[in-house]
Design a protein around this ligand. Sequence first.
Ligand SMILES: CC(C)(COP(=O)(O)OP(=O)(O)OC[C@H]1O[C@@H](n2cnc3c(N)ncnc32)[C@H](O)[C@@H]1OP(=O)(O)O)[C@@H](O)C(=O)NCCC(=O)NCCS
Length: 169
Amino acid sequence: MGSRPDPDPRYLLGMIRIRRAASGDLPAILDLLQVSSLPVEGVPEALPRFLVAEEDGRVVATAGIEMGSGSALLRSVAVDPGSRGSGVGVEIVRQALRFASVCGAESVYLLTTSAAGFFPRFGFVPALRAEIDAKFPDSTETARGGCCADAEAMVLRDLSRILQPHRRD
Ligand SMILES: CC(C)(COP(=O)(O)OP(=O)(O)OC[C@H]1O[C@@H](n2cnc3c(N)ncnc32)[C@H](O)[C@@H]1OP(=O)(O)O)[C@@H](O)C(=O)NCCC(=O)NCCS
């Protein structure tokens, strides 16, 4: 019998459930963001559009979206340090992008200071900061002098690229 290839980490995600966040998840989400050095401002208000990844009843990852007109702002992408590198981050971002599409977004923006190299795999490219500020004027992420003043801006202009692999012809 020949040797099998290593299992795809995403296959192992069968043990991890990604679902909409509930109000009871807020403390765990805030902990996760704090340990990941990400801003917590605005999270309680945006919670209805947050996802969590749960393993054995414990929140191990989160990602949220805020909606603007025809666009979503992807925020708060964080994986528990002990669970990083096993595919959870990629999977929760994919789910958040699908969620953004279901909510009516045609494009998705984000601001990041620590992971600009993580997002091109989904099709994100650099964007003008002013574009995000104009589309999400009320977000705590775009607040003047706020948490993300020095962050890099990125955009995914065509969400269909993410949705495509799940289309059955
Ligand atoms: C970025 C983050 C969400 C990735 O989660 P993860 O579960 O470790 O990622 P996955 O296992 O799904 O994917 C691993 C891949 O992401 C890359 N990666 C992980 N963190 C990265 C970072 N900060 N910058 C660039 N690439 C990164 C790895 O090098 C690996 O690349 P490869 O597939 O080419 O080998 C996680 O490291 C994290 O929570 N970081 C702290 C918070 C943060 O910076 N969030 C993003 C800001 S919005």
